[in-house]
Structure formats: structure tokens, C-alpha cells
Ligand binder design. Sequence first.
Ligand SMILES: Cc1cc2nc3c(=O)[nH]c(=O)nc-3n(C[C@H](O)[C@H](O)[C@H](O)COP(=O)(O)O)c2cc1C
Ligand code: SF4
Length: 565
Amino acid sequence: MTGAAAPSNSEILARWRHEPAPLLAVLHAFHDRDGYLSEEALRAVSGALKIPLADLFGTVTFYHHFSREPGGLNKPRVCTGNVCCLRGGRELLEALKSQGAAAMPCAGRCDEPVPVLRGHDQLVGLSAASLAAKPTPLPAPNPGGCEECIFEKIREPGRATLDGYRRTGGYEALAKAVREMPPAQLLAVVTESKLAGRGGAGFPTGVKWKAVADAPGQPKSIVCNADEGEPGCFKDRAIMDYDPHAVLEGMALAGFATGAPRGFIYLRYEYPATFRILERALAEAEKAGLLGEKIPGSNFTFKIHLRRGAGAYICGEEGSLLNSLEGKHPFPRNKPPFPVTHGFENLPTAVNNVETLASVPPIVRKGAAWYRGLGRNGHAGTKLISLSGDIQRPGNYEVPIGLPLKTLLHDWAGGPPAGRTIQAVTMAGLSGGFLAGDALDCTLDEPGIRGKGSFLGAGGIIVFDDSRGMVAAAHDAMEFFAHESCGKCFPCRIGTQRLTERLNGESGPQDLADWTDEVRDIGAAMRATSACGLGMAAPFVTDSLLKFFPDAVKQHASANRPPHQ
Ligand SMILES: Cc1cc2nc3c(=O)[nH]c(=O)nc-3n(C[C@H](O)[C@H](O)[C@H](O)COP(=O)(O)O)c2cc1C
Ligand code: SF4
């Protein structure tokens, strides 16, 4: 077999060293070429990018997927995330151990487990023999007959191509904005739509963009957060795979509204097929002159750079993501200052989630009032929900904000498996902990869920039927947070470990009252003193376990045994 000659060290470095945000791109180029990151490669990168070698080693080894062993890229990595463990992820890992398999945290394929990364592919299957590369499932037509915003056109044939996108109204919003709307008018439309961030924090998008527009300093940046690391969340992958141009158009609109000439997409490592789809869409849009120098009909220039993460949940946190892009150790940043004034390279930056950005072109085409009207009971717009676990029809659903949770679970998604009942669901992926019992009578909107002691966040919901042990489920969730805590602050680094130990029965008081006091105390300290949302959210898991499953906790604390037994 013949192919293009592998690039030399100097060719790789020449290709990337003068590009913005070069480190991840350079490291991936070496990793892809050699199948691992050799010491020689790291020395070359350190010299060319002027990063001290010790710092570079620390950064590279922080990520899960940069292998330092020859052949590491081609060794299987098996998802042992919460949903995959319900489906046999641990057993698959055992079956692939002879091939050098290692575990990886949730890989964003909870709708069709179990994902395995090997080389440049993500495979899925429930056994070693059935593993195969499969396209992302196309979101099913809206079962409730509700009008959609983001998924409205996603099922149109060829929508992922430039021709297909334009045939179905694509890039009309950008053309309209750059020709007819001053940036202030575009900002007003986004603000009036009441679109709020869909990445978890729910910050109003118009307010964020206005802050970037008003902040001094150039070049400003738009960063598309496509890290999607929250277990139980896989909605951004569906958008990017079937509607990549909607994300690019949303970014260009954000650039026009804020005066930013450059954009970055930070895509999680575990989505290799999505990387190729985005690469192709970007090339198509640039070739057609829709992105790049002077977008037709205007003086507006907007260039998008695609960067691939290397496996670290914390890199979805915006400060950590910006540090990762800048080639620094990806710790979250202390706030204030916020990215709107001090973001990428300390310049004004809008960091937005994929879903947030993909919502903008339809809003510009159809108007703010149209978007607001899609919600129920006074809530504006729609939300994508990724539904997985013990449910008949897992997948991504676009719901009107304010839809009752039980309507989604039972009427839209078919309810639990036959003969089972729903015992609990998670909210915000894992970050919102559990809802159970009467709390399942709530509506899918932030006030509705907050009223039950949780939050909607990025919209991942994992269902547990009545056959599941909830202490084990809580243990697996906390183990994830302990594994992914970046370690910058003591209460989160130690607290997530201690809570995991309390839940695995290895240590901790056997008296129920003492056990409960201690777990609550650790959680309160984490919530009060953690520097980022990971440490603040993790105690939702234990607090909701104590609230909804006191009997299971009592049994666990007194038995003091591992929850999986
Ligand atoms: C631990 C942690 C992980 C996060 N992961 C993501 C993520 O994968 N994708 C995302 O869009 N936002 C994530 N966020 C939220 C981002 O920090 C940020 O609020 C968001 O990207 C802003 O975009 P939005 O306003 O459009 O939601 C995460 C936050 C925390 C604390
Ligand atoms: S709260 Fe946890 S994840 Fe966040 S910065 Fe502190 S140690 Fe890192």
C-alpha cells in the first residue's frame, strides 16, 4: 500500500507554529504520525513553541488520550461511563484486556453503547465481536409534534453538505445580517429571543455577546465549546454530525455581532468522525467564500480554527478550555476577570456551547418572538435533551422548555423497559445528581428543576429503573468526578476522593448519623470553596442520594461493603 510520506518533524512544526493555538494541533500531528508522543517529539515541540520541557510533560500527561507508549494510539480504550456500565462496559473492557485495552470515562455515545476508541476511529458494540464504526443516530422526528428550532431541518437529506444546507435556508441568516443588520441590531435580536447558554450555566447569550462587543481589545474571539464531556450528554455530537454548517454560521453571526474576526472550535478527542465532518464543512464554507476574508456583501472577515482536545472533562469548563487552547496546563482560571473581557490570549472572548450557537441562525431568520414562543408556560425556546439508560427509546429530543419530565420519559421515549418502573433519573448529565419519587413531577425548565433541588444544565438525563442499586449509581458518578477533578483546589481534589470511598464502603463511619454528617460536611465544604463548577456540583450526587434513598444509604452505611456486591 502506498500513501503520502509521513511529514517530518520540521514539516509538522512549520505547518502549525505560526497558527493561533498551535500546541494541541502540533501534538496531535506527532501523535497521529508516530502512534504515541515520543520524548524526541516532545523535545522538538518544546523548542519550537518555547514551552519549558517540564511544563510540556506535565500538560501532555494530564490528558487521557496522549499516549507516551509506542503503539498506544492503536490500543483500545473502552468507555466505562455510567450508562455504559449499565450496558456491560466493564465486561467489554475485560474482554479486550488481551489487546491492551484501558478504561476511559464517558465517551459521549450513551445512546448506543459501548464506545471503544481505537486508532482514529470510535467503534460501538456490546461485545468484542460486534464492535463496528457506526454513524451517530439521526434524531428521531419530534414525537410530540412540537415545533423545533435546532432539529427542524436536521433530517433533510444532505443537510451536512454545503449544498444541502443552502438548499434548506442555510447561510441566509448570515447574508441577511452582514448586508442589512448593524451589529447592534443583531445583538438586540439575540437578547430579545431570551436565548440562554445551553452548555450548562444558562447565561443569557445576548448579554454575553454585548459584553464582548463593548470590551476594549482586538482581535476578539468566538470559541465554540464542543468538548461535551458531561456523562449522559451527546446532543452536540448530533448537531455537528448532521448540521455542521449551522454551528459555523452561528459562530460567524456571533463574530459579526461582537466584532470578533476569529473563531475556534474546541472539539473533544472522543469524536474523531465529527472532527472529519467539521473539517470538511469548514473547507467547503471557506472555498465558497462564506467564511474567511470579506464575507460577500460586507467588509466582515471571520476565520475559524478547528482544534481537537485530548481527553479531559475539565477542558469543557471555559477557563480550562482557554488555557488548553493557549497551550497552557488546563486548569480552570480564577474568575473574575471573565472571558468576555479576558478570554483567549487575555482578549475579549465569547465562549458558547454548540447548541447555543446552532440556535442563532434560525432565530435571526425567523425572529426573536418566534423563538420565545417555542417554550411553554412563559419559558422561551427549546432545549435538547440527551436521554439514556433504562429507557425504551434513548436519543436526543428537542423539547419545548417547560415540557413535563414525565411526558418526555413516558410519552415521547416509551418509558422504562417492559416490566420495570423508573426509580430515578439524573439531571444535567451527572452534575445535577438524582431526582426520584414525587420530584419526577416537574417541568423541564430551570425554575422547575431548581425547585426540586437540582438543575437542568446541559440537558443530559440518565434513567435508572427499579432493578438498579442507587448507592452503586452514586458511587460511579462520584468516582467520575474524583477521576476528573483537575486537582487545582484541595477541597475538590480530596473531597471527591473521600466521597467515593464513603460510597464504595471501603472506609467511613458505620453509624448512619455519623456517615450522613460526614458526607454532608464534605459536600458543604466542596460547595463553598471549590474554584469551579465541578467541585460545586459533585455534592449534588450525595445530597440527592441522602434525600431520595435514605433506606439504601442506611443499609450501605451499616453493611460497610462495596455497593456493587
Ligand atoms: C466541569 C465543567 C465542564 C463543562 N463542560 C462543558 C462542555 O463540555 N460544553 C459546554 O458547552 N460547556 C461546558 N461547561 C460550561 C462552560 O464553562 C461554559 O459555561 C459554556 O461553554 C458557555 O457556553 P454557553 O453560554 O453557550 O452555555 C462546563 C463547565 C464545567 C464547570
Ligand atoms: S473545583 Fe475541582 S475541578 Fe474545579 S478547579 Fe478546583 S480542583 Fe479543579
